[in-house]
Design a protein around this ligand. Structure first.
Ligand code: SF4
Length: 208
């Protein structure tokens, strides 16, 4: 951790990939957004669909100024910082730089590490293997629970109880379990309408 944060002092972050697309899932689904996927994750979800993001290599480090410049150049009004697990890094510098360029800053995080930076939209997606730090519940705009099995509905409620009253509550099936879990999600939301369904539309459309 110390090493990674000290690299940030040099105004660099490890980027696995960055691309302009539409947000595929969650409360902002369908909206154009520039994605910056930071490399590195120690959370270890067994169903993770971006396992290639877990490791960091020296040649992935980019200057924050360069990351912001390419995102700005795309014309996007929103940047989504995701991972990997982006909160492994201090995000104060990159969010400030994006704001100076007039972009909204969104984050998708498990909340496993202390919160840093200045984000306009915080999507908290807790994971069982490394739970969120307590500070995330009060600041999350969106709680996105990945439903892998039946017990995840009760697990989702435990997290929802901790969130603010305006937090958007989302249930999203794990991709490989979608045929099994979406009928259950639909039925659950009908019974518990404070929840909304989230679908990974980008995977159906085969866009990034
Ligand atoms: S937190 Fe995200 S990137 Fe990390 S293992 Fe879990 S799903 Fe994969």
């Amino acid at each position: 951790m110390g090493g990674k944060r000290s690299v940030n002092m040099a105004k660099k972050l490890p980027v696995m990939e960055h691309f302009y697309t539409l947000q595929g899932e969650g409360a902002y689904a369908g909206i154009a957004a520039y994605f910056v996927r930071l490399a590195g994750c120690e959370v270890g979800c067994h169903w993770c669909d971006v396992k290639e993001s877990w490791t960091v290599s020296a040649n992935q480090y980019m200057e924050i100024a360069e990351i912001v410049a390419v995102a700005k150049e795309s014309g996007s009004k929103i940047v989504v910082i995701t991972g990997g697990e982006p909160t492994m890094y201090n995000l104060a510098e990159i969010t400030e730089t994006f704001h100076l360029q007039g972009l909204r800053t969104h984050i998708e995080t498990s909340g496993a590490y202390p919160f840093t930076g200045n984000f306009d939209w915080i999507c908290l997606s807790p994971k069982k293997f490394l739970p969120p730090k307590p500070e995330y519940y009060s600041i999350a705009h969106e709680l996105k629970i990945i439903v892998f099995n039946d017990s995840d509905f009760a697990w989702a409620e435990k997290h929802a109880e901790l969130c603010g009253e305006n937090c958007v509550l989302l249930l999203q099936a794990e991709w490989e379990k979608k045929a099994q879990m979406y009928p259950k999600i639909v039925a659950y939301i009908q019974q518990n309408p404070k929840w909304r369904m989230s679908v990974q539309t980008h995977k159906y459309l085969e866009i990034p």
